[in-house]
Design a protein around this ligand. Structure first.
Ligand code: C5P
Ligand code: C5P
Ligand code: C5P
Length: 465
């Protein structure tokens, strides 16, 4: 398959449409994808409407207008083509831009899927950007949004930076002037907003003895280095504000500290993406914090606020988003503590916990991902949660890591198979997947998933846990 030809075809389908309905996902990747497409289409003078859905499932289809507009499914759709077909959508009505695993169906919907082109480290925002750039090469100002979406979907995680086509998009932003690449920067969350010792204290990959999960320890470590951590007014400096020399000194001391403790230094540094056109000391200033801000908007049911911010709106929208970010962080913190304090139930190849109706089903996957590295990281983790708006259904979120992937684990396949056998539906990626299942099948389902995971480990001949 030829990506350039597919991009041209997608751009032509869009240009030929009288009007477009963009249907996208509520997370950072979905919101930035929508913002890229909406701006590119507006610039072409194409009338459009946007619909955000939590998941493309039968209930969500109600929100998609029954009109003549082109339905542009972005960051979703690949895994739900049978649903589109069952709703009577024809190949002429639809365009799919996605990076999720496809589900076969008889209608040949026009689709660009990163996976079909062997691209596994670029998400929907990257694809949306490439379509936007095909529509009009001057759309390169939108590269920044593509980088936010890619980082938000963890595409930079494995290689401590974006790679392949997603990295080429970074270069467009650098050329346009709204992205600065910091190579070999600290691989921590909060470089633009958190005081340095807090930033380090929250960093647990790599786990740094005496510093990770220990902000006082981190502060003492920094004080011993004699680095100036406060501004002249007595306020804490953030990492991004430290002089280059101080940053180098800290990085080199951390490296020595890790080596002295026999720990791997491989993940200490990462490439980070700074946005010089955004105000300093705000979450808009770098890709990972911007992505979390968008996730906060989406997961708390205001994806439109996130989209407005992506289009440059500030003022009230930004204040609202900042408030949601604070809330998002504190609920995720509570969720993480709940999982760790309550403890998971371990089966032979799976660990799971049911959080009942304590946390919204839209964030449990984030908690699962964050808890995994603090638990038995060799066993994929599952979080089950009650769907408040549908008591007959249970939401399932699973996360694993590269270690398990290299040993044959495929969560998307496991959840699609196990959920189908109990009358539910699931999808996602090998490393992160989710499903909805009938509530009364929970026990059977958990056992089923454990059985599938056991089979996957065994099939790869890699069951060396
Ligand atoms: O739709 P969905 O793509 O939203 O899933 C996004 C989730 O999947 C995020 O939580 C992200 O952490 C996870 N993910 C991942 N690695 C990938 C792809 C997705 O961790 N390669
Ligand atoms: O859904 P996914 O697994 O990607 O969730 C990870 C999300 O949690 C990311 O958007 C990330 O920015 C956010 N996060 C956070 N606070 C942290 C670490 C991650 O809000 N300390
Ligand atoms: O909701 P969660 O963050 O756990 O979702 C992880 C991945 O699984 C996402 O890519 C999401 O789109 C996908 N998913 C799915 N079908 C579901 C639930 C989640 O494809 N019913």
């Amino acid at each position: 398959m030829n990506l350039e030809r597919d991009l041209r075809r997608a751009a032509d389908i869009i240009s030929d449409a009288d009007s477009v309905t963009i249907v996208s996902h509520i997370d950072a990747d979905g919101i930035s994808t929508e913002a890229i497409l909406a701006q590119a289409l507006s610039r072409e003078g194409i009338p459009l409407e946007s619909v955000f859905v939590r998941q493309l499932e039968p209930m969500a289809m109600r929100h998609i207008p029954d009109d003549d507009s082109l339905k542009l499914f972005a960051d979703l759709g690949a895994g739900q083509q049978a649903l589109l077909e069952s709703r009577g959508l024809s190949a002429e009505d639809v365009l799919i831009l996605d990076h999720h695993v496809s589900q076969p169906c008889t209608t040949a919907y026009p689709m660009i899927n990163c996976l079909d082109h062997g691209i596994t480290r670029m998400s929907a925002a990257g694809l949306a950007y490439l379509v936007a750039k095909t529509l009009d090469p001057t759309n390169i100002d939108l590269a920044k949004l593509a980088v936010i979406g890619n980082v938000g979907d963890m595409m930079a995680r494995e290689n401590c930076g974006l790679v392949g086509p997603a990295r080429e998009i970074v270069q467009d932003g650098v050329e346009y002037g709204n992205i600065i690449v910091q190579s070999r920067d600290l691989n921590c969350y909060g470089l633009s907003t958190r005081p340095v010792h807090i930033c380090l204290g929250y960093c647990d990959e790599p786990y740094i003895d005496g510093i990770s999960n220990n902000t006082n320890g981190a502060l003492r470590f920094l004080e011993r280095l004699g680095v100036e951590l406060k501004n002249p007014r007595g306020g804490w400096l953030v990492w991004e504000e430290l002089p280059f020399g101080d940053r180098r000194r800290i990085v080199s001391a951390l490296t020595q500290h890790l080596i002295a403790h026999g720990q791997d230094t491989g993940r200490l540094l990462a490439e980070t993406y700074i946005f010089p056109d955004e105000p300093e000391r705000t979450p808009l200033r770098n890709a990972s914090e911007y992505a979390t801000l968008l996730n906060a908007c989406g997961r708390w049911a205001k994806p439109g606020v996130g989209s407005s911010i992506c289009r440059g709106m500030r003022g009230e929208a930004y204040r609202e988003a900042e408030y949601m970010l604070g809330h998002h962080r504190s609920v995720i913190r509570d969720l993480l503590h709940y999982i760790l304090d309550t403890g998971v139930t371990e089966l032979s190849h799976l660990q799971y916990i049911h959080t009942g109706d304590r946390f919204p089903d839209t964030i449990v996957g984030i908690g699962a991902g964050m808890a995994l590295s603090k638990l038995n990281w060799r066993k994929p983790i599952m979080v089950l949660s009650a769907m408040v708006d549908d008591p007959d259904l249970t939401k399932v979120s699973m996360r694993t890591n590269e270690w398990a992937l290299s040993r044959g684990i495929d969560l998307q396949q496991a959840l699609v198979e196990a959920s189908a056998s109990v009358g539910g539906a699931g999808g996602g990626h090998r490393i992160a997947a989710g499903a909805f299942i009938p509530r009364e099948t929970e026990e059977e389902f958990v056992d089923d998933v454990n059985r599938v995971l056991k089979r996957q480990f065994a099939a790869a001949g890699q069951d060396d846990r």
